[in-house]
Design a protein around this ligand. Structure first.
Ligand code: ZN
Length: 277
């Protein structure tokens, strides 16, 4: 599933659409998990100018003149494609939005868990968004926001940073990587984390996400189901992952073996030496 860096990489690839107006909408294969209300989508976008695209956690929010809004969530295999020949994958095209200057935004989704929701005449689609904490790339995110949310809870550290009210946009890959970089054990209760450790975790999260964005995001496998940017190109950050998917391999810092254990049914990768409890 695309996490914050992948969604941000997609967003940056779509900014060329800003200022263009929508000239047509098609929903060739909406599918059961991609409910698209074509009427609402047309009324929210058609002949309107795209004014802004913003990211909220893993959601992308398109603001059109009016103002009207449309929100996309890519879930497992959703993609937003802009340039290139994607006719080979046309059977997975869910929604196509045509813009002036011949631009076409394609929402393509193999597994069809992704969705788009839009404003109707009387309801804003923002009401469908969950509550988010401060974005990890914003100045309001930091040791203070982390320790403030943690309070005296006994929640395990990795589950804590997967909470979208704590670090919106972080998913399993970047939670594992951030904790390794900060040298913190994923199973530690949050009420045992000290001020200096929160500083280190906040810094690790921010640096990790910025680096992953610079490398175009993480693409874990080959084939069309996996992440690609708006041009259909895979990311390169998978080559820089230090613990995720590296069970049994040597730790890049201490040469000890990377371990994996389930936590809430998600694989949790860590170095028992560098991330001692
Ligand atoms: Zn180690």
């Amino acid at each position: 599933m695309p996490e914050l860096p992948e969604v941000e990489v997609i967003l940056r690839g779509l900014l060329v659409l800003k200022g263009l107006a929508v000239t047509g909408i098609e929903a060739p294969r909406p599918g059961p998990n991609t409910p698209v209300d074509l009427e609402s989508l047309s009324s929210a976008t058609l002949e309107r100018k795209l004014e802004e695209i913003e990211r909220r956690g893993k959601y992308l929010l398109f603001r059109f003149s009016g103002p009207r809004e449309v929100v996309f969530h890519l879930k497992m295999t959703g993609k937003l494609l802009l340039r290139g020949d994607f006719s080979e994958y046309a059977r997975y095209h869910r929604v196509i939005i045509s813009f002036t200057r011949g631009q076409k935004l394609i929402f393509n989704d193999v597994r069809r868990f992704g969705f788009c929701i839009c404003d109707s005449n009387d309801t804003s689609c923002r009401t469908c968004l969950p509550e988010f904490g401060p974005d990890p790339l914003s100045p309001s995110f930091g040791a203070g926001s982390l320790s403030g949310s943690a309070g005296d809870r006994r929640l395990k550290l990795k589950n804590f940073i997967l909470d979208q009210k704590v670090a919106p946009g972080i998913g399993n890959i970047y939670a594992n990587e951030a904790l390794f970089r900060a040298g913190l054990n994923p199973f530690r209760p949050v009420n045992t984390v000290g001020a200096g450790e929160w500083e280190s975790l906040a810094r690790s999260i921010r640096e990790l996400l910025l680096e992953a964005i610079d490398y175009g995001g993480t693409t874990l496998g080959r084939g069309w189901s996996h992440f690609c940017n708006a041009r259909g190109e895979p990311g390169r950050f998978q080559e820089r992952l230090m613990v995720y998917g590296r069970e049994g391999e040597a730790c890049v810092r201490c040469d000890n073996e990377i371990r994996s254990m389930p936590l809430n049914n998600r694989s949790t990768f860590f170095c028992p030496l560098c991330q001692e409890v």
